[in-house]
Structures are given as C-alpha cells and as structure tokens.
Design a protein around this ligand. Sequence first.
Ligand code: PMT
Length: 399
Amino acid sequence: MQGRKVLLGVTGSIAVFKAAGWVSALAKEEAQVTVMMTEAATRFVTPLTFGALSGHQVSTDMFSTDAEEMMAHISLSGDAEVVLIAPATAQTIAQLAQGMADNLLTAAVLASAAPVVVCPAMNSKMLAHPATQRNLATLKELGYRIVEPENGPLACGEVGSGRLAEWETVRETLLGLFADQDLAGQHILITAGPTREPLDPARYLSNRSSGKMGYALARTAQRRGAEVVLISGPTSLPAPPGVTMVPVQTAAEMAEAVQEHAPGAQIIIKAAAVADFRAKEVASFKIKKKGADLRLDLVPNQDILASLGKERRQDQVLVGFAAESNNHEAEGRRKLEAKQVDLIVVNDILGQQTGFDVDTNQVTLITQEGAEQLALLSKEETANKIWDKVIALSKGKGK
Ligand code: PMT
C-alpha cells in the first residue's frame, strides 16, 4: 500500500465510522489517502475527523471558492490510483449508476480514470430492493468493483445482509488492483499448515506449522490474478478472501484432497508440514496412564509430493518446501531430485525469524539451474519472490 494514492468517497451511512478506521489503517501503511464526503456523511462524522486521520484536507463542496478546493472534483480525481466509495448508500449507488454529477463525490467519480471500488452499506430491505439491485448491476456493467456487504446485525436492529464489508476484504481488493496480474488465468493449488494424526479421542501428533507461509502464498497469488485452491490443515488464520478453501485434518485427508484438485492445477505448491508418520493403531478410548513408559507404533504416511512428482504432467509446475535444520542446500537438492519437482524452497526451522509460526522467512530457491538465497523477508514478500520464480519456470515450459 505504501505510497498508493487512494481517493475515498464517504457517504451518509452509519457505517461512516468504520471508514474512519480504514483511513487510519491505510495511513499506517503509508498510503496517500484523500477523503471527500457527501453532505449527508458529515451528519455522522465531521470532516475534521477524516482530515486528522488522513493528514489531508477533506473536500465536501464542489462549489467551494477556497483556492485549495476550486474544481476539487477534477483535482481530486487527477492522480488517484483507485476511487473507493465506502460506505456507499443506496442513494449514491443510484446516482453513480445514472452517471449523475450533482455533488463533489459523484462528479469526481465521473472525472476519474482510476478503477472504482464500491462498498454498499444499508438496511437489508433497501439492499434487496429491485431498484438497488438494478443499480448495482449497472455499476458492475460499468466495470466498477462491488465489495459485497456482509450478513449480521445492522444499525437498525435487524439482522441480515447490508453490513459494510470487513476492511481485510476491501484491502485485498485494493491490493489486487495494484498488483500486476501476471498470474491471471493460472489455476494454482497450495497446501498449508500442519496435519493432525490422531492417537486416541483426546490426543494427536502434529507440528508447529501455523499456515502463515502457505496462506501468504495463497493471498499473493490471488492478488496477482490466479484462481487459488488452498488445502489447509488446522490453523487459526482467517481464510484469504477470494480463495477456495479445503480444510483437512490428517495427512491421509490432505492426500485425498490433493489427488482431487491436482489434475486441474497448472501450478502446485506444497507448503504444508505433512506428518511423515501416523499411529499404527488409533485407540478407541483415551489411553490411560499406567505408570510405565508408553510406546507408540508409528507407520509412514504417503509422501504426497513424491506421488505428485511421479504422476505429474510436464506442463505443470511442481514446487515443494524443505523444512531443514542442517545441510539445508544439500537436503534441498536431494529432495528436488528425489521428488522430481521443479523448485524446492528450503527454509531453516531452527532460525528465530525463519520457518515455523513467524511472520518472516529466509529461503533458498533450488532448481536444476542452481540455488538462489533470498534475504530475510516477510512471508508475503517471500511468497511474491517465489511466484516470480514460478512464473520464470512456467515460461521455461513454454506456457
Ligand atoms: O506454516 P508456517 O508456520 O508458516 O511454517 C512454514 C513451514 C516451515 C511449514 C514451511 O515453510 C515449510 O517448510 N513447509 C514444508 C514442511 C515440510 O513438511 O517439509 P519436509 O522437508 O518435511 O517435506 C518436504 C516436502 O514434502 C514439503 O513440500 C511437504 O509438503 C511435502 N510432504 C512431506 C511429507 C509428506 N508425507 N507429504 C508431503 O507432501
């Protein structure tokens, strides 16, 4: 978001207060936010609030003679990279659908060449009304992006659709607009998180994977235009917006889900920490402490990546991860060959800022051509670098 120029149009819905939080979030990410408000919006929250949060003067009047604000609808829309209308009332949606320009906000939208993102917020009956639905359909025909309202309790006390979308969802829409769509049209399958191998009704074997690396891969691929299926072991992470989620628990369930979705994928990345072993026998009742040592007989799980390597299509790009504690590059190269994959992403699981359950990673990308060590980056930046490498490999396959 850093440096991105966002023109936020705020209209007269009680959800205006949430838009104030969005301005604060954008400012924290060092985006350049300029706010314009309809007169109705100023009834809910003053321009002073948005001015203080955005650090820029707020425009409300198209006919202002103040030198700074003259022809505001033209100057405001000039260098905006996106026009975000949030919350968007039924009235403003209707005006935008008709191409009206009788206030600063609607005039600025017509004067802007930037993409327009509309976030409706209103009572559910108003939203469901055929006139509103027709206006929203018109906006979609005009190429405006609608971030659908959520279900839940509304200001009027009812419960239903009409709540302003969550900021995380809108943020993903904006990031998708800013990203190069260089994964557009690609069907990508990603696995993430740990698996849980049951021992008895109360216990299981698992590992320290949080899912952050795999979810970062899914979010960044989706922003860059890919159709993403994310097969995920149990994590506490929210599902990335716009991604098809397939939740699994055990390695066997993950293997089955991968088997189902792999044929349709042009790119497969296995970031999940799949348990290599499971209990030979899962106890039907909770294993009782008997004082003596407890021995567990474990049997190997299917190596899903190795199976993919055996059955792979040559037009597919297959990427594995290697969670290593030593001999990183040698182990990574061994896995590249043994599992017949195009790229192995090696990460050190002993590092304080790398591997399991941290927001950063430092990986080495190993291909047939050689090894490339990346710097210590956020898992999102690491994911973007991995996608850059995958795109280069795809081109090598003449795709
Ligand atoms: O989820 P985070 O907290 O963000 O942590 C990220 C991570 C450390 C889990 C991730 O970066 C990572 O290294 N994932 C791979 C973990 C792992 O299982 O590595 P491995 O070296 O044991 O397995 C090698 C490859 O084979 C992996 O692609 C793995 O998905 C795959 N595998 C392993 C075992 C198995 N039975 N089937 C598999 O497909």
